[in-house]
Design a protein around this ligand. Structure first.
Ligand code: GLU
Length: 487
């Protein structure tokens, strides 16, 4: 049997980074065994639908470098892959269950259900349930209601006093008493299926063999199993995956701590390869020290038995930053340059640029080592592109006194002026600067930091002589003069 996995997102907002992790696992598992990965859009909850969300979902999955074998845009043998285009299939299946006695029409009004809920809540019932009033309507009563066009839903008939059991590949054997399961609505009065009906019907019809999904869906699984049993279908293999949480927190990811949607991470300047590498480890590990994984390596090593048997895994934002820095350093400067340009275009980022590509590349190559996200680029390189604001206090602090600072700046000014523009190169600058220090008995730290602050306005820059060289003689003379005159 061909392995078939699926990701079934609901277009209710931006695609969550946790969804991307789940998608990645489904994708890798299918690829590993030469199977098929299906993307299905679960858009049956019309109230929570967000305009344009499907397109953005599709785009962001591609932006992360992932794809699907069957689904929207690409089609496949089980099309359509968008649930709102499959309504008649769900209705037909719901009616089949009514026929076989596994489901029933419910004509209860909204008001009645509300009152029921309130009464239960008053009694302190935590999860309120339908009282099965319509479960035993006679054929005549049903026909009568239908002929009067009374609005209805179709509910699953759950037999009390039974146990639903299954073995989750990750979590092991799991049982739920049916007494805890509501007579779930399967088909709503607007003709749309609920998630429970649609997911089971589609997973079956689309021949899905493995369902890897977040553990938040575990409470739904017994309802799904009852449906599989009612239809007389075989169950897929279930593997519930841990959810993501902030470091030190007990719950899920929080917007307060940073990005949570897949697209936000891209707009923060993370590289897709780094993000995927980071996501691989959120719920799985190879059991070795290896931390850097390409997608191809992950596909090769991924296995269900190494999925963490826990509810929550830590989403370590510092780790992500570290991995991103690693991927940035691993690029050639030219590749990084192209990625920065593409990033700037996509996210309307006003990338620092001199108009001279060779100069921009030189600046980038000096910065690459320290760059952790694409978004940081401007901040790290601003002093190359714009006038600097030198803080007098910070300037003076480097040597300890105004007089000494002035002396250092004056000496360097003379020395810089004496270098011919054609000879302005980092080796010569290095050599002459050291000679200057020796001749005037200056300590490298105080002298070089003074010059660094004067030309860049900051104390952290790439190597000083590279900075002097790339900024060029005129710019350096001007900046050192401005600093000198400020004192
Ligand atoms: N539509 C559900 C979601 O939004 C799918 C859950 C599942 O994988 O069964 O995630």
């Amino acid at each position: 049997m061909v392995t078939r996995t699926r990701m079934a997102p609901s277009p209710t907002g931006e695609f969550h980074i946790g969804g991307m992790r789940t998608l990645l696992y489904n994708y890798a598992f299918a690829k590993k065994i030469g199977g098929t990965f299906v993307l299905r859009i679960e858009d049956t909850d019309r109230e929570r639908l967000v305009e344009g969300a499907v397109d953005r979902l599709i785009d962001v999955i591609k932006d992360y470098g992932l794809s699907w074998d069957e689904g929207p845009k690409v089609g496949g043998a089980f099309a359509p892959y968008v649930q709102s285009q499959r309504l008649s299939i769900y209705k037909e299946h719901a009616l089949k269950l009514v026929e076989t006695g596994h489901a029933y029409y419910c004509f209860c009004s909204k008001e009645r259900l509300e009152t029921l809920k309130e009464e239960e809540q008053k009694k302190g019932v935590a999860s309120t349930r339908y009282d099965k009033k319509c479960a035993n309507l006679s054929k005549e009563e049903v026909a009568d209601n239908l002929s009067k066009n009374t609005p209805y839903v179709i509910r699953l008939k759950v037999n009390p006093g039974e146990i639903v059991s299954f073995t989750d590949t990750t979590l092991g054997p799991i049982s739920f008493p049916t007494n805890d399961i509501d007579d779930q609505v399967l088909l709503k009065s607007d003709g749309f299926p609920t998630y429970h009906l649609a997911v089971v019907v589609d997973d079956h019809l689309m021949k899905i063999t493995h369902v890897l999904r977040g553990v938040e869906w575990l409470p739904s699984t017994p309802k799904h199993i009852l449906l599989y049993q009612a239809f007389g279908w075989d169950l897929p293999i279930y593997a519930h995956l841990p959810l993501l949480k902030e470091k030190g927190d007990t719950k899920k990811l929080s917007k307060r701590m940073g990005s949570v949607s897949a697209i936000e991470f891209l707009s923060e300047g993370y590289l897709p390869e780094a993000l995927l590498n980071f996501l691989m480890f959120l719920g799985w590990n190879p059991g070795t020290e290896k931390e850097i994984y390409s997608l191809a390596e992950f596909i090769q090593d991924f296995s269900l038995d190494r999925i963490h048997k826990t509810d929550l895994v830590v989403f370590d934002r510092d780790k992500l930053l570290w991995i991103n820095g690693h991927y940035i350093r691993a690029l050639s400067t030219k590749e990084l340059f192209l990625k920065l340009k593409a990033y700037a275009l996509t996210f309307s980022y006003d990338l620092n640029s001199s108009g001279d590509e060779a100069k921009d590349l030189a600046i980038l190559s000096l910065t690459q080592e320290r760059l952790k996200t694409l978004k940081e680029y401007n901040q790290l390189t601003d002093f190359f592109y714009h006038e600097v604001n030198v803080d007098k206090e910070s300037l003076v602090k480097q040597s300890g006194s105004v007089d000494k600072t002035k002396a250092i700046l004056g000496l360097f000014l003379d020395m810089f002026e004496g270098i011919d523009e054609s000879g302005w190169h980092k080796d010569l600058l290095d050599q002459q600067s050291h000679k200057l220090l020796e001749d005037n008995d200056l300590k490298p730290k105080e002298a070089f930091m003074t010059i660094r602050v004067a030309v860049s306005g900051t104390t952290t820059t790439p190597p000083l002589f590279d900075v002097l060289y790339v900024l060029g003689k005129n710019q350096i003379l001007r900046r050192v003069k401005v600093a000198y005159e400020m004192l």
